[in-house]
Design a protein around this ligand. Structure first.
Ligand code: PMP
Ligand code: GLN
Length: 383
């Protein structure tokens, strides 16, 4: 393995899901739902396969999906992207993130990332030979946010891009307009490209809106928007994502993408296009259901003795383990199946400086109520 990838090893998701399978523990680790997406969408995928949509689709993606992505962003956020040239279909958001960084960052360029971060960010930056500049999200008044001075200090002459994930995995923070304005201001001041990971764009709670950074003045021109079908339609195994950006940026990302995978699987694209056009009512119900599950799990974890941060979006809750007498989340996560029969993810692995997140576990609530209840009743053994 090349030196720049050696620190990465096996992802925490693979490790923790294997641990759950091996021990029979309730898996609130890896974020994937345990119920299926909208039935008509599933049917569209089956029809596509039976109907012979089984050869290479066009490199930029099936036109139907590019048009549906474009129509969705226009209708929901008032942002116009030309389906021919400003939309690119990728193999999940994960490929979009990697291809964007590889396409836009020279070796030695710096990329600002809020820590904790989804694990592929650091690996993609390392693959590009670029340098991660972490800015820490810390709890303040019940939610995780950044210190504006720390953000301002992270940018310098070598900074090329900032990666912005909102709604944010793993903290559940949904950035406010004020926070986004600070980010936009930094981009303008230093000429940065913003790469926005919006895979949880539909999963916000209590009426908190998702505001795409690209809707702020001057930002559309410098933003690479990334999203995917996995979370919105409960099909994380479909690995169907997309990029929206001005044509020169999309062309750059596509240049890399075509040699990573050339194109993404055709049947899922047709089904995702159907879903973006016809299943947003289903998504509204999913969101309401997830909000209730968030409340169920936060109440349960609080009763089990954790200090819990109530997320405004995503699938995830942060729990501080110190009130239960534990100090290291990685040690606890590895012992949790034998102590309590539950699997969670140690948040510290999402930090460039793990000591800053040592005392957090991340629990996923995108699970059936009986699964959440079983996990909570087991976790009460820790007290
Ligand atoms: N970004 C974030 C913040 C995520 O949580 C995930 C995991 N689903 C991804 C990207 C990857 O998305 P996909 O499965 O579409 O590659
Ligand atoms: N996004 C999901 C999570 O954060 C799963 C990611 C993965 O398995 N790579 O749990």
């Amino acid at each position: 393995l090349v030196a720049r990838m050696r620190e990465f090893g096996t992802t925490i998701f693979a490790e923790m899901t294997a641990l759950a399978l091996r021990t029979g523990a309730v898996n609130l680790g890896q974020g994937f739902p345990d119920t299926d997406g909208p039935p008509a969408m599933l049917e569209r995928a089956v029809e596509a396969v039976r109907g012979g949509l089984n050869q290479y689709p066009p490199g930029p993606g099936v036109p139907e999906l590019r048009q549906a992505v474009s129509a969705h962003r226009a209708a929901r956020y008032g942002l116009d992207y030309d389906p021919d040239g400003e939309v690119l279909v990728t193999v999940g958001a994960t490929e979009a993130i990697a291809a964007s960084i590889l396409a836009l960052c020279e070796p030695g360029d710096e990329v600002i990332v809020f820590e904790p971060y989804y694990d592929s960010y650091a690996a993609s930056v390392a693959l590009a030979g670029a340098v991660l500049r972490p800015v820490t999200l810390r709890p303040a008044e019940g939610r995780f946010t950044f210190d504006p001075a720390e953000l301002a200090a992270a940018a310098g002459p070598r900074t090329r891009a900032i990666l912005v994930n909102s709604p944010h995995n793993p903290t559940g923070t949904v950035f406010t307009r004020e926070e986004l304005e600070l980010i936009a201001g930094l981009c303008a001041e230093h000429g940065l490209i913003a790469i926005t990971d919006e895979v949880y764009e539909h999963l916000t709670f209590d009426g908190v809106p998702h505001i795409p950074l690209a809707t702020l003045p001057g930002m559309r021109e410098r933003t690479v928007v990334i999203s995917s079908a996995g979370k919105t339609f409960s099909v994380t195994g479909w690995k169907t994502g997309w990029v929206c950006a001005p044509e020169p940026l999309v062309r750059a990302v596509q240049t890399v993408k075509q040699f990573l995978t050339f194109t993404a699987s055709a049947p899922w694209q047709v089904a995702a296009a159907h879903a973006l056009r016809h299943e947003l009512g289903w998504v509204a119900e999913l969101r309401a259901g997830l909000q209730a599950k968030r409340d169920r799990l936060t109440a349960g974890l609080t009763a089990a003795g954790f200090d819990v941060y109530r997320p405004a979006g995503t699938y995830f809750v942060q729990a501080d383990i110190r009130p239960l007498g534990f100090t290291d989340g990685l040690v606890l996560a590895r012992e949790l199946p034998s102590l309590a029969g539950v699997v969670a993810v140690p948040t510290q692995v999402f930090y460039a400086r793990p000591d800053r997140g040592r005392h957090f576990l991340r629990f996923a609530f995108c699970k059936r109520d009986e699964v959440i209840d079983e996990a909570v009743s087991r976790l009460k053994r820790l007290a």
